[in-house]
Design a protein around this ligand. Structure first.
Ligand code: SAH
Ligand code: SF4
Ligand code: F3S
Length: 439
């Protein structure tokens, strides 16, 4: 049998980053080898459908790749996997025949066979969603030996009115505690420094009555020397037990991503978020009471179809009230098949952009102020890599997930070191620190 090689490009959320490591493992176990884009026979794009511009980017990329491959001598095919594969299905096999493999998030085990067939000229489609598949039997081929993603559940049952994820990822299912702890123990043996637990809604984790705080506690006790992060928490199901667990364990990072989406109860209701802004504020108060210095980030959507100026102002007010450390801010993008996409969109495109910019401007100011408040504080940071701008300066992260740049001219510190720094300067996005210990 011919030896084939593959290359994977990843778009979208951390779930996709983690899935790409699973796909890599599946292909390697089949005897295929990892290669660069220039050398690979199988080029896979692991894709995202959450907003129109995410899909646009991939479609352009397919075009570019198709042109490159046509000029090549060696046999090569393009495959689309992930959320766009699930959403667009065989529509991705267009008249140009650019794409010849389409595989959804629950069918990755079929990839080796479908890829080989594609190289022999037969298109391959596998897009069934599963009630059970969690890939818990596959050890991901990780791209880092320091930071690990561990997916603890897949799918989403929430059906927020605007969101495509429940359609592309299917029904919610939790991995067994046993399989998760086995993977955590492996990471411990291999001296990983940080693990991020992944799920679209980790608070609804449930393995025969073992809930997310229980799981988190077990993990925290197995790896006291490792940092633990998780995403994403849905504000409706965030329990006191979870907040208490984070407060109780030093190795669970003091950082919570809690997507608000809108500050207007009318919009939250229409979005099917099933919490009120008052409930959200209570959660924030509880978090700040129990976990001092806990950093908070959020997601918000500007220009939801029925959003009035008053609703928009409520979002600005809520964000001003909470003062998130950072925020991911999006312009509403209609997704075919969702309830919101069928609604009459009363907010013109320019107005959506204007509202988004207003939200971004306010948040940038708050982020700058929040980071200024850190000046003079001492943090333990986990050293990551040389900074993007200057190789003599390195970057590390606080447990509150803030990036800190520090001087590493003498290369004293290496990836994975935990060092203490004092913050001396800041911008809205970054802290700058001085190392204050030498060991
Ligand atoms: N399960 C996670 C992440 C979902 S996708 C959660 O519930 O938080 C990440 C973010 O994308 C969402 O929080 C939302 O703010 C944004 N998003 C989802 N669908 C969108 C759409 N149709 N238009 C604009 N933003 C959207
Ligand atoms: Fe989408 Fe809502 Fe599920 Fe998040 S919780 S993935 S926003 S449906
Ligand atoms: Fe995108 Fe799918 Fe993640 S739609 S955000 S890649 S779950």
């Amino acid at each position: 049998m011919e030896q084939y090689s593959f290359y994977i490009e990843t778009y979208g959320c951390q779930m996709n980053v983690s899935d790409s490591e699973i796909v890599k493992s599946i292909l390697l176990s089949d005897g295929m080898t990892a290669a660069s884009l220039d050398d690979a026979n199988i080029i896979l794009l692991n894709t995202c459908s959450v907003r129109d511009n995410a899909e646009e980017r991939v479609l352009n990329r397919i075009d570019t790749l198709h042109h490159i491959l046509r000029k090549r001598k060696q046999n090569a095919v393009i495959g689309v996997i992930g959320c766009m594969a699930e959403r667009l299905k065989d529509k991705l096999f267009d008249s140009l025949n650019a794409v010849s493999i389409v595989v959804g998030p629950d069918e990755y085990k079929k990839l080796p066979e479908l890829a080989r067939n594609a190289l022999e000229g037969h298109n391959g489609l596998a897009i069934e969603l599963s009630m059970e598949e969690t890939y818990s039997d596959i050890i991901p081929a990780r791209n880092s030996d320091m930071f690990a993603w561990v997916s603890i559940m897949r799918g989403c049952n929430n059906f927020c009115s605007y969101c495509v994820v429940p359609y592309t990822r299917g029904r919610e299912r939790s991995r067994t505690v046993e399989s998760i702890l086995k993977e955590i123990n492996l990471l411990k043996e291999e001296n990983f420094k940080e693990v991020t637990l992944l799920g679209q809604n980790v608070n609804s984790y449930n393995d025969n009555g073992v809930r997310f705080p229980d799981l988190l506690r077990k993990i925290a006790e197995i790896i006291p020397e490792m940092r633990i992060r998780f995403v994403t928490s849905h504000p409706r199901d965030m329990s006191d037990a979870l907040i208490e667990t984070i407060a109780q364990y030093d190795n669970i990072c003091n950082y919570i991503h809690l997507p608000l989406q809108s500050g207007s109860n009318r919009i939250l209701k229409d979005m099917n978020r099933r919490y009120t802004v008052e409930h959200f504020f209570e959660l924030i108060d509880k978090i700040r009471r129990l976990i001092p210095h806990c950093a908070l980030s959020t997601d918000v959507i500007a220009g939801y179809p029925i959003e009035t100026l008053e609703d928009h102002q409520a979002t600005l007010d809520a964000m001003k009230h909470v003062r998130f450390d950072s925020a991911f801010m999006f312009k509403y993008s209609p997704r075919e098949g969702t309830r919101a996409a069928k609604m009459n969109d009363e907010v013109p495109e320019e107005e959506k952009i204007r509202r988004l910019n207003e939200i971004i401007e306010q948040q940038n100011q708050i982020s700058r102020e929040k980071n200024e408040e850190e000046i003079g504080r001492i943090f333990e940071i986990l050293v990551e890599a040389p900074s993007k701008k200057n190789v003599l300066e390195w970057a590390g992260r606080t447990d509150t997930n803030k990036l800190v740049i520090f001087n590493n001219k003498e290369k004293k510190y290496k990836q994975g070191d935990l060092i203490k720094i004092k913050v001396i300067r800041s911008t809205g996005a970054t802290l700058f620190g001085e190392v204050i210990n030498n060991n």
